[in-house]
Design a protein around this ligand. Structure first.
Ligand code: AMP
Ligand code: MG
Length: 420
């Protein structure tokens, strides 16, 4: 009689962590990066702002015209059912300052953005004026103060314009420039070392011998980590060899904030990442009740945070986006994290699922003719089938206690926008 030991097809295996538990432990145990650097704003897109930006000036700096037209005193506006005629005394272009005071009974031709003469308070759009030789006629349709942008109307001197922790977008960079700010403090880049493990894994630079396969995981991770706030240290492929793994990881821990490896964290004969790190560091080897991505390792090697992701290519990306990415955002102290919207969509097919684990399937979300969100899976969902995620635009989230889905049921889907 053969006794079956706990294994990855068990649903209620002892010691299995729920998806949310695992995520909470990770997010709860990582330190926020404190190191700051000062950089020119041209290099700041995609970096995490490490100071609160207070405006050193008011914007606009001067009261100015919002249109091309004629500036005048509001007391000269026409009374009801009447018209007014005013002499055009001068012209002010954007960037110029008017030399002389506007005389009574006169107005000034003014261009968009040009400073308003102090004695004038209203601008009439040129299309609303009748120009006759050197004077204009206007009717009674105008309001005092119209078409004028007041100094400080956008941003007041001393106002908070950007909060610490903001992930800087192009508009933020423009905003900083509009305030004359040339350099800012940001969190320094995270140094992340990545490695693939496995004797069967070969570099894409050469041919693969029989029994081997190309290393795709490191390329998925290189692409997923290709962001302005990260420096990647590529450790290449490490053989399934305890001493080698240990020395390479220990070495990486002396300069990397984070080490991410793939493969070798399960219970196979050659799962040496586990063997190597059990003896050193402070690493937990988890079985998480998720599919794919059940075995993952998380902990510390010296001062570096270590993520040992599964070897299967789909599991790598699923665990990266569900565990590692939120951790990176936390470490960087990003307060306005990009949102990967979780929405409900109607399933266009039945999906088999057992309660007792979170399944993260890959799906294609579309909208029906009536505008309803609908989703179908990308077909075979094996954790080695990378095309299942390459074809997808969303994760189908089948929650821990969820049973099988019938065609037409609502399911939760997490759109990739905000993830990658
Ligand atoms: P492991 O967790 O090391 O047992 O790996 C699980 C599966 O993922 C095996 O079929 C491996 O061959 C495959 N695998 C591991 N690492 C990689 C990699 N870097 N690229 C592609 N497949 C991999
Ligand atoms: Mg392996």
């Amino acid at each position: 009689m053969i006794t079956i030991k706990p294994n990855c097809s068990d649903i209620a295996e002892p010691g299995l962590l729920h998806f949310e538990q695992a995520k909470n432990i990770i997010l709860g145990s990582i330190p926020v990066l404190q190191d700051i650097q000062q950089i020119p704003i041209e290099q700041a897109k995609g970096r995490c702002l490490a100071e609160t930006i207070i405006s050193p000036i008011q914007v606009p700096g001067h009261t100015n015209s919002a249109v091309d037209g004629y500036a005048l005193r509001s007391c000269d506006l026409a009374d009801k059912n009447n018209e007014t005629q005013l002499t055009v005394q001068a012209t002010i272009l954007a960037g110029q300052v008017q030399a002389e005071t506007c005389k009574p009974g006169c107005c000034v031709r003014i261009m968009t953005g040009a400073p308003m003469p102090a004695e004038l308070d209203t601008v009439i759009m040129q299309e609303h004026c009748q120009l006759n030789n050197k004077s204009i006629r206007i009717d009674d349709r105008h309001k005092p103060g119209q078409n004028v942008r007041q100094a400080g109307e956008d941003i007041q001197l001393g106002a908070t314009v950007l909060d610490k922790g903001k992930l800087l977008c192009p508009a933020d960079i423009g905003l900083l420039a509009s305030l004359g700010i040339t350099e800012i403090k940001v969190k320094r880049k995270l140094r992340i070392a990545i490695a693939s493990t496995g004797n069967e894994i070969y570099s894409i630079a050469g041919a693969v011998p029989s029994g081997g396969l190309y290393d795709s995981n490191r390329y998925s991770l290189l692409a997923a980590l290709d962001r302005p706030d990260i420096d990647i240290i590529n450790l290449g492929i490490i053989q399934d060899q305890e001493a080698e793994l240990l020395s390479r990881f220990n070495d990486a821990a002396s300069y990397a904030d984070i080490i991410i490896s793939t493969g070798g964290v399960s219970v196979g004969e050659a799962d040496f990442t586990k063997a190597a790190l059990k003896s050193s560091g402070d690493i937990n080897f988890w079985k998480v009740a998720i599919k794919p991505g059940r075995p993952i390792a998380f902990g510390k090697i010296k001062q570096s945070i270590f993520f040992g992701l599964p070897g299967n290519p789909v599991a790598v990306l699923v665990t990266f986006y569900q565990f590692v990415l939120p951790a990176l955002e936390e470490i960087l102290g990003i307060t306005d994290k990009p949102i990967a919207p979780m929405i409900k969509a109607r399933s266009l097919e039945s999906i088999r699922k057992k309660p007792g684990r979170t399944e993260i399937q890959r799906g294609i979300v579309s909208q029906s003719e009536t505008g309803e969100f609908q989703v179908r899976t990308t077909g075979k969902q094996g954790s080695g089938i990378l095309s299942s995620i390459s074809m997808a635009n969303a994760f189908i989230f089948l929650q821990h206690n969820q049973d099988s889905i019938k065609k037409g049921d609502w399911v939760e889907v997490q759109l990739f926008s905000g993830l990658f």
